[in-house]
Design a protein around this ligand. Structure first.
Ligand code: NI
Length: 390
């Protein structure tokens, strides 16, 4: 249906697009120049769109013949990450302290590539191209949902590049595919004092140490080892001098769970340990838990549609069934709370012998994945509209 010759002919242009996005990353809710590039390409393809303004994204629209037919949405995220790029690539970021370290430059290009393929094929329905801001921070998906552009949409499809697989492989799974993420912050209020006279003080650093160790047992001693869970303390701040006992300490971390009961247990356990250690050490400790992104839960009919699309474009050797959910999180989950859909992962490993994770300052993709992603998105749109039209 999508001729390989056509794809190979379009590929150099897709590489250019991706590199242009990569060169000028913008952070969450600031994707103005990125939106301009998307709109320029949609203009070139003569695809109508509306721009929802800074922080609102771009929605392109490809209409088929039938007015009655279903509408489906394809989604790409637009934002880069804070951090200095160290790839040394000729198209590395020119925006200091910002980098496309999560492959969103590739996702936007895949969607534009799919658009180029879809606009030339007679579609049995309508396809919305959703370029969404702020995946990394703030949940741009909620902004898109609140704008109402997805009302009446039958299903939504998205995906992410990954270095866990080689190019040509696409991972798909039914049900839970990413974790619920929550953040927490613990403020320890002790009593400052002289480093030589601990009995006059309440040492926030020692209390922080106890808490860091105690919290590990929430996973190792209190949770079912067959259920995936993570508690990570990623930031510890306390103290100002070697001979001063710190009055305050702040711990910040993230919790990842895939089941509501496990999540409640971890939240309760955190509260219990914080209170117990506060009492044990005569300190005051405040705990704040901030709800993050919910898990992505793929729906079965749409997972089946995605599977068919993968088999069509990549064959059975390209289809990787999901073995277990990722402990990462993604705001695509918000769409799936309202609309059926499926989220997949595109193998994008650059060198067979080297693993560079997402968010690394060295992150780069094998650009051949642009072909796979563009063809997948076009195919899954077509498969879905066929399916709903039956
Ligand atoms: Ni990402």
């Amino acid at each position: 249906m999508f001729d390989q010759g056509k794809i190979d002919q379009l590929y150099p242009h897709w590489v250019q697009l991706r590199r242009a996005f990569h060169r000028e990353p913008e952070l969450a809710f600031e994707e103005v120049e990125t939106a301009r590039k998307i709109m320029a390409e949609l203009d070139r393809l003569k695809i109508p769109y509306h721009y929802q303004g800074k922080g609102g994204g771009v929605i392109g629209e490809i209409s088929g013949s039938s007015v009655e037919a279903a509408t489906i949405a394809l989604r790409a995220d637009m934002d880069g990450l804070p951090g200095k790029e160290l790839t040394g690539l000729p198209f590395a970021s020119v925006n200091p302290g910002k980098m496309h370290a999560c492959g969103h430059d590739a996702h936007m290009t895949m969607l534009l590539g799919a658009a180029a393929l879809l606009r030339e094929s007679p579609l049995p329905g309508k396809v919305l191209l959703v370029f969404q801001p702020a995946e990394e921070k703030g949940g741009g998906a909620r902004v898109i949902l609140q704008s109402g552009v997805l009302s009446g949409v039958r299903a939504i499809f998205g995906g992410h590049v990954t270095h866990h697989y080689r190019v040509g492989q696409i991972m798909v799974g039914n049900g839970v595919v990413t974790a619920q993420s929550d953040r927490f912050r613990i403020d320890i209020h002790g009593r400052g004092g002289h480093g030589a006279r601990p009995h006059e003080a309440i040492d926030a650093v020692v209390i922080a140490g106890f808490l860091i160790t105690a919290l590990q047992t929430l996973i190792s001693r209190e949770s079912d080892p067959l259920h995936p869970l993570v508690v990570t303390i990623g930031s510890v701040q306390a103290g100002s001098a070697p001979n001063v006992i710190a009055a305050e300490a702040v711990l910040e971390g993230t919790i990842r769970t895939t089941q509501p009961e496990a999540r409640h247990h971890i939240h309760d356990g955190l509260k219990r340990m914080v209170n117990a250690i506060a009492e044990l050490h005569r300190a005051e400790i405040e705990l704040e838990i901030q709800e993050g992104y919910p898990p992505i839960i793929n729906t079965s009919r749409e997972t089946e549609i995605a599977r068919r699309a993968i088999l069509e474009i990549a064959g059975s050797e390209g289809l990787v069934p999901m073995e277990h959910p990722s402990m990462g999180s993604e705001d695509f989950a918000f769409y799936l709370q309202k609309i059926p859909g499926c989220y997949v992962r595109f193998g994008a490993r650059r060198h067979e012998d080297e693993y560079i994770p997402l968010h690394s300052p060295l992150f780069d993709i094998n650009e051949e994945v642009l072909k796979v992603g563009a063809t997948y998105f076009a195919r899954v749109a077509w498969e879905a509209l066929q399916d709903y039209g039956r």
